[in-house]
Every structure is written in structure tokens, then in C-alpha cells.
Design a protein around this ligand. Structure first.
Ligand code: VGL
Ligand code: ZN
Length: 218
């Protein structure tokens, strides 16, 4: 990837679910998940002047919790009203300490925080739409009113919430980038002996999302 010069007026850094619940010691730990904090802080002190952050923020009994479906286990897939739903350990519990933004993140430049997954009967991976693909979070309106046109996404997990956010962002017409060294994936096994990380990367590239590392941004 060639270098990308950041224009702080129209480029924004998007922190997806940088919450201890998704890091080692949390309820749904992503391997090496805490490693995203240092590169994200460098980006927040460096080229970007504006960032948004999402927080996964689930009520008790949330539809995505395996514990809400008797006889089911985490990582099973079930059918719900809006399609397939992967089940997870209970995580990102509203108002729990592990659902806060990671306390090591420099928050000065985070202009808006969007909470998602707050409806008990709909999961939400994307920063833009809940998993029914129609309930909007409002982030698109905020970004447009503020004049942002290029989104640089990072955080947890690359193959779920970052990927779904990037796919929606590209579909909404933003120039969309994923910063790989500032993201980590869950890597569930998928079809054809491939992981959800590999599958999501391919799907995103097909949709015009570009992958880069934080060293490419100046
Ligand atoms: C996420 C699974 C369940 C994520 C959130 O942040 O990628 N994954 N909830
Ligand atoms: Zn969740």
C-alpha cells in the first residue's frame, strides 16, 4: 500500500469496539486484542484530529448470548427473525467495567461515541446498521453533517464488527480503509478450511475497501 496523506477535515479514524470485554481477561477475548491500543493512540496523537468510537452495549438476555438460548453453546449459529446469528458468550454488558472504552485509549479526539446492540432482539456488528440491516444507529447522519468522507477503521474484531462496519461504510459511499495493525480478528473456522478473517478480507476487497497499516498514514 502506498502512503495516504490524512486530511483532518474530511478523514476520520473509527475505533470499533475497543473494549476490555474483547481483550484477554474479558468475556469474549480476541487473541492479542489489547495490542490495538498502542497503534490507535499513536494515530490519535498523529495524523487524525477527529475520531468516533463504537461500544458494543448489550442488555441482559441479549439475543446474541448463547445463555439466552437453552441447549445452545457459544459459537453455535442459529436462525433468528433477521437471518443467521452466531451465538457468543455473554459480553459487553451495559454499564459493566469491561464494556467501557479501554481506559488506556486517549479520548481527547473522540468526538462521538455510538452504542450498538442495545435492542434485546437484534444484534449489531456494524457501526451503521443493526443486524436486521435496517435499524440505523445514526452514525451516517453524524458523519455527513460533519463533512467526513474517508473512514479509517480499526479495533475489534477485524472479521466481525470492523468488517461489517467497513462493508456498510463502503455501501454508504465513503472511501473506506481498514488499518490492519490496529485491529485483531476472532478467526472462527469457516467454509473451505478458511477463517472468518480470511473470508471477510476477501469480501471487503471485492467491495472496494482498502487495507493498510498505520505506518502508511502520514
Ligand atoms: C463483536 C461478536 C459479538 C465484535 C461484538 O466487536 O466484533 N463480535 N459482538
Ligand atoms: Zn456483541
Amino acid at each position: 500500500m502506498t502512503r495516504v496523506t490524512i486530511d483532518p477535515a474530511t478523514d476520520i479514524l473509527g475505533l470499533i469496539d475497543v473494549q476490555p470485554t474483547f481483550m484477554p481477561g474479558g468475556e469474549l477475548p480476541v487473541a492479542d486484542g489489547a495490542a490495538v491500543v498502542a497503534p490507535i493512540n499513536r494515530l490519535l496523537e498523529g495524523p487524525f484530529q477527529h475520531a468516533f468510537a463504537t461500544q458494543d452495549w448489550h442488555p441482559p438476555g441479549h439475543i446474541s448470548f448463547a445463555s439466552s438460548h437453552p441447549g445452545r453453546a457459544p459459537y453455535d449459529e442459529i436462525a433468528v427473525a433477521y437471518g443467521p446469528q452466531t451465538l457468543w458468550p455473554d459480553h459487553a454488558m451495559q454499564e459493566s467495567a469491561n464494556a467501557s472504552l479501554h481506559p488506556g485509549i486517549a479520548q481527547a479526539r473522540i468526538a462521538v461515541v455510538v452504542r450498538k446492540g442495545t435492542f434485546r432482539h437484534i444484534d449489531s456488528y456494524s457501526a451503521f446498521f443493526e443486524n436486521d440491516r435496517t435499524t440505523a444507529t445514526g452514525l451516517n447522519g453524524w458523519l455527513r453533517e460533519r463533512g467526513f468522507r474517508r473512514l479509517f477503521l480499526c479495533g475489534l474484531a477485524t472479521d466481525f464488527c470492523v468488517a461489517w462496519s467497513a462493508e456498510d461504510a463502503a455501501g454508504l459511499g465513503y472511501d473506506t480503509y481498514v488499518i490492519e495493525d490496529a485491529s485483531r480478528g476472532i478467526r472462527l473456522p469457516g467454509p473451505g478450511n478458511r477463517t472468518t478473517l480470511e473470508l471477510s478480507r476477501e469480501r471487503l476487497i471485492e467491495r472496494g475497501v482498502r487495507f493498510l497499516t498505520s505506518a502508511d498514514l502520514i
